[in-house]
Design a protein around this ligand. Structure first.
Ligand code: AMP
Length: 224
């Protein structure tokens, strides 16, 4: 199964991505996570990407596109993949479409989580990251995935890890606005990439406003 999931930052894309990953047992490839791991390790790629990420700007396509196309060639992707955070603009959509055609690979599903900008922003600011597993969703503003409390301390609701952190770019309103500006841009930004796929394949649309459970149920129903 080859799947691409779209949704503005804060729409629950990562959370629903984890549901898809579980259903199809394919690697969940998140561009932002790859960049952040590289920054943490101090790699050349991380050094190049950091400045853009801190400002909420896209890392240039000549870095991002080959990085993702190479990642999809790794052995764990042989049976499929779930791509999250890529493509994020029209050029990236064209690049992955061309790469798939060249490799004679099919795109099985394209999923779009639809959510307004204001709600997405609030949800971003409430997001908490679990140090044990990036796929353990926690958000202080969403009841269904609120972190648990243990001995007066906030802990991951899935595994109880007390190392819950925020991402710097999630607490910076300018960076959030920039990221959303890119997402909601229907001319050359991410919505234009969504449209690119809508013109070519059937895109599964999900309303991101209801609770996590309702969105997951809708997703599972539409995937089967
Ligand atoms: P995310 O974790 O998806 O919110 O991504 C965090 C940051 O990584 C973004 O704000 C960009 O700076 C960078 N990034 C993630 N995906 C891409 C992409 N497809 N193209 C360029 N930059 C990206």
């Amino acid at each position: 199964m080859n799947i691409i999931i779209f949704g503005p930052n804060g729409s629950g894309k990562g959370t629903q991505g984890a549901v898809v990953q579980k259903k199809f047992a394919v690697p969940h490839i998140e561009t932002g996570v790859i960049f952040r791991e590289n920054i943490k390790k101090g790699t050349e790629l991380g050094k190049k990407a950091k400045g853009y990420i801190d400002k909420g700007e896209l890392v240039p396509d000549d870095i991002t596109v080959p990085m993702i196309l190479d990642r999809l060639k790794e052995p764990d992707c042989a049976k499929g993949w779930l791509l999250d955070g890529f493509p994020r603009n029209l050029a990236q959509a064209e690049a992955i479409w061309a790469a798939l055609e060249k490799a004679k690979m099919k795109l099985d599903y394209v999923i779009e989580i639809v959510l307004d900008r204001e709600t997405s922003k609030k949800r971003i600011m409430g997001r908490r990251l679990c140090a044990t597993d990036n796929n353990h969703p926690n958000n202080i503003f969403i009841d269904a995935i609120k972190p648990s409390m243990k001995d007066g301390k906030m802990v991951c609701r899935v595994c109880g890890d007390d190392r819950l952190t925020t991402r710097a770019d999630d607490q910076d309103e300018d960076a959030i606005d920039k990221r959303h500006g890119i997402y909601y841009d229907a001319e050359t930004g991410t919505l234009s990439a969504v449209k690119y796929f809508k013109d070519r394949v059937k895109v599964i649309e999900l309303d991101g406003l209801p609770g996590v459970k309702e969105v997951s149920e809708d997703l599972i129903k539409k995937l089967s």
